[in-house]
Design a protein around this ligand. Structure first.
Ligand SMILES: Cc1cc2nc3c(=O)[nH]c(=O)nc-3n(C[C@H](O)[C@H](O)[C@H](O)COP(=O)(O)O)c2cc1C
Length: 171
């Protein structure tokens, strides 16, 4: 897919078909995250790749909006260090957003659907993922081929119009 098509085709996919994802595609998606820019190149993230069905089902219990993780072909847990420093926390969230988007676009480029899930129950996430005490699961990115229809550029996305979002020169 062209980059512009991949950007326009990405959407949250919450129902996946049964096909597993090729290992080299998963590696490329993770590599896209690894290459993401971050503040002073500190790369605060770790990525835990989960593909085993029972583990995916347990991971899906971390939040009531995470049910789709259970049926994904693979899920990447985005892991950050705990910090008491608010500035560091903000930078880590911004950086993780960049890594996330790089992975979502890399997935869309391969025709692979992706979804997000927040993590409410950190104890469950820690149990399922075996995280050390100084880390937490910030978000989950679930992946798989879409069950409904293949990814295609979306003509009219459900978004505020550019004329409202964009300000030229001043607010
Ligand atoms: C930070 C963040 C957290 C999200 N958490 C969830 C979630 O817990 N469960 C879910 O089903 N979708 C979640 N989403 C997906 C959003 O609802 C979705 O991106 C938004 O509605 C726009 O739809 P689109 O991605 O299809 O364009 C999350 C998205 C982001 C960026």
């Amino acid at each position: 897919m062209e980059t512009w098509d991949a950007i326009r085709a990405r959407r949250n996919v919450r129902e996946f078909d049964e096909r597993p994802l090729p290992g080299e595609d998963l590696e490329r998606i993770l590599e896209a995250g690894r290459r993401a820019p971050s503040s002073r190149n500190w790369q605060p993230w770790d990525f835990v790749l989960v593909t085993e069905r029972e583990q995916l089902k347990q991971l899906a219990k971390v939040w009531r909006g995470a049910g789709h993780v259970a049926t994904s072909a693979a899920t990447i847990a985005l892991v950050l260090p705990h910090t008491g420093d608010a500035g560091e926390r903000d930078r880590a969230q911004y950086d993780l957003g960049q890594a996330t988007m790089a992975m979502l676009i890399a997935a869309a480029d391969l025709g692979i659907g992706s979804g997000h899930a927040a993590v409410a129950d950190q104890d469950q996430a820690r149990r399922v993922l075996g995280l050390p005490d100084d880390r937490y699961a910030a978000y989950l990115i679930d992946l798989g081929y879409p069950a409904d229809r293949p990814l295609r550029p979306i003509r009219e996305p459900n978004r505020r119009p550019l004329t409202e979002v964009m300000h030229r020169g001043k607010w």
